[in-house]
Design a protein around this ligand. Structure first.
Ligand code: ATP
Length: 592
């Protein structure tokens, strides 16, 4: 845990914007406690007036005063709680929103290294703990000070000896809550950790359900799940056991302190009955009982408050840890304005890149230029660095400065939004959201007219598929919608990118699930539109052959560049790739 000063500043930071509401809540609490201190005195007065000869009017008057005060108290209590809890809820929702927005600006590489379940835990469980600390705990802390501050003097004024007796068991109550509370907090965290492990496993298994089925691993996955489930169950049961021991124990202590008060109070009542001026009136005794009872709950809650603070501080630290993580891919301090007339000219100069956790350079000095409107294929063996080039062009990972220029502008000097309006990147893995087909296609351009959507769907050779969907463009797709084939997903992602009408379109193996003829048809459409320069990264050499030029990559470098026919007749990696693919194709045909 951080030092107290740091903890205090953290709390202050969260509460500062809600100062007025908190102050209003504190005033309401004070009013509540003042009424709470006066009420037993009124009860005392009303009872002590019940001497022989009291009138019903006197009794009714006393009862009416009590009723009015009790009603006012209930209303003020509600207001004070609403005010303080609202602060907790406002901090909770604000913090969660900040956390979500902060995750959105992080680069995918970092997010994929983090466990999803862990991030969800921080955005839900930990943020909830912060709410409890700033709502429940702040309320109880202020309240307990006020309850004791207003009630103790009144109790002492009635009978100092019995006041000590009434409070004598409170330390035991606090000690018990402290002891149990620490264990409860530990178990709650453990339970939450098991829950996030379970949600990680569910997520992973549902994503990889095909692999599980293909390798017949259902039984193993069942076992892995049941182990985690058992851990969760054990933590939940231990927590339930702890709670069902603690709460009755607290009730017992509270009953004991009342018993003690009754036992000692009886003597004081008897003394008063015998005319001893030091004795205690019945009204005074009832008032003491009421005070003692009103102290039990805040005292027990005070024990929980300390734990809630400790747990809340740890949670706030965990949330702030994520918030403190600076995104690595950001807008430049002073961004260049975008070139007003984009043409789609791309220059890549001496581009080197090494992944953070890798020893070897993925790109070892890549050089190439794409002229406006050119359709250029980038081919090469697996792992040679093609996708790395695509990711760098879209700044999904960051290229060094002065190595990638779009229309003469270093892409590191552009705002990210500007860059992404100029480069449309279609990744290998097409992702569709749970939304209609139309909303999926216009995801990057939500205001696009339907006619435009239809136009670009046709360019991506998707029209026939859409016609075949039950509700055409209004068909729900994604997780809960109909399942699209890999090729349909890829063409949807392509149509989505075409809608952006960016001057440079980068297809990162984005037609891998589409047959050669369809891929060539799509490339023809792109060539006819000529609205963008296109970098077509692919393993499909037959489709690549129809491009204006082919770039060949090997071990992180461009080693050949030229027209297909020229390269095919040069001995080199392209010729080898082409022959290997021709052999594989004829081999696979021979199997049919
Ligand atoms: N996130 C990463 N962290 C570390 N190394 C990576 C990462 N992504 C890729 N690499 C490595 O960088 C090199 C280039 O990978 P890249 O994905 O660019 O190849 P590729 O040519 O697109 O391959 P493929 O044709 O199989 O898609 C490979 O050695 C790969 O292992």
């Amino acid at each position: 845990m951080a030092p107290v000063g740091v903890q205090f500043r953290r709390l202050q930071r969260q509460l500062a914007p809600h100062g007025k509401r908190l102050a209003a809540g504190a005033v309401a609490l004070m009013v509540l406690n003042l009424i709470g201190a006066v009420l037993p005195l009124l009860v005392q007065d009303t009872i002590d007036r019940l001497a022989p000869g009291f009138t019903m009017e006197e009794l009714a008057g006393g009862a009416a005063r009590l009723l009015v005060l009790a009603t006012v108290m209930a209303v003020v209590r509600m207001i004070s709680r609403l005010l303080v809890f609202e602060v907790g809820i406002s901090v909770e929702t604000g913090l969660r929103q900040r956390l979500f927005d902060h995750l959105l600006v992080q680069e995918p590489g970092w997010l994929s290294r983090m466990r999803t379940g862990e991030l969800i835990t921080r955005a839900t469980y930990d943020v909830n703990n912060v709410r409890r600390m700033l709502g429940f705990a702040v309320l109880n802390l202020v309240n307990v000070v006020m309850v004791y501050g207003t009630q103790l003097p009144a109790m002492v004024s009635i009978d100092p000896g019995l006041t000590v007796a009434a409070l004598s068991l409170h330390p035991a109550m606090l000690l018990l809550v402290q002891l149990f509370g620490k264990r409860m907090a530990r178990l709650q965290r453990r339970q939450q950790e098991h829950l996030s492990e379970l949600s990680d496993l569910i997520q992973e298994d549902l994503s990889g359900i095909s692999a599980i089925k293909i390798y017949g691993q259902e039984a193993n996955e069942h076992e892995a799940f049941s182990v985690l489930n058992r851990h969760y169950r054990n933590a939940a049961l231990s927590l339930a056991k702890l709670r069902s021991t603690l709460f009755p124990a607290l009730e017992k202590i509270s009953n004991l302190s009342l018993l003690l008060l009754l036992a000692l109070g009886a003597g004081r009542l008897e003394a008063a009955a015998l005319g001893d001026p030091q004795g205690l009136s019945i009204g005074g005794f009832v008032a003491l009982l009421l005070y003692a009872e009103r102290l039990v709950f805040p005292t027990a809650l005070f024990g929980f408050t300390i734990n809630t603070f400790q747990v809340g501080q740890v949670s706030l630290e965990r949330v702030e840890e994520v918030l403190a993580r600076q995104p690595q891919i950001t807008d430049p301090a002073v961004a260049e304005p975008l070139e007003p007339q984009p043409a789609g000219r791309l220059q890549v100069q001496n581009l080197h890149y090494r992944y953070p956790d890798s020893r070897r350079e993925a790109l070892a000095g890549v050089n190439f230029t794409l002229q406006p409107g050119e359709l250029v294929a980038l081919v090469g063996a697996v792992g040679c660095g093609k996708s790395t080039v695509a990711r760098l062009l879209g700044r999904i990972i960051d290229p060094p400065e002065k190595s990638v220029f779009l229309d003469g502008q270093d892409i590191r000097q552009l705002r990210l939004d500007d860059l992404r309006s100029r480069i449309a990147l279609v990744p290998q893995e097409a992702y569709l959201f749970t939304a209609t087909m139309e909303d999926n296609l216009r995801y990057g351009q939500p205001d696009t007219e339907r006619q435009q959507v239809i136009h670009y769907a046709a360019a991506a050779q998707l029209s026939q598929d859409i016609e075949g969907f039950p509700r055409g463009l209004d068909t729900m797709v994604g997780e809960r919608g109909i399942t699209l084939s890999g090729g349909q997903r890829q063409r949807s992602a392509l149509a989505r990118a075409l809608l952006q009408q960016a001057p440079l379109l980068v297809l990162d193996d984005a037609l891998a699930s589409v047959d050669n003829a369809t891929a060539s048809g799509i490339l023809d459409n792109l060539r006819q539109h000529r609205q963008s320069t296109v970098l077509f990264i692919s393993h499909q050499l037959a489709a690549a052959a129809s491009c204006d030029r082919v770039l060949v990559m090997e071990a992180g470098r461009i080693v050949q560049s030229g027209r297909h026919q020229t390269l095919l007749h040069q001995s080199g990696p392209y010729q080898q790739l082409w022959h290997r693919q021709a052999v594989e194709t004829s081999w696979s045909r021979s199997l049919v």
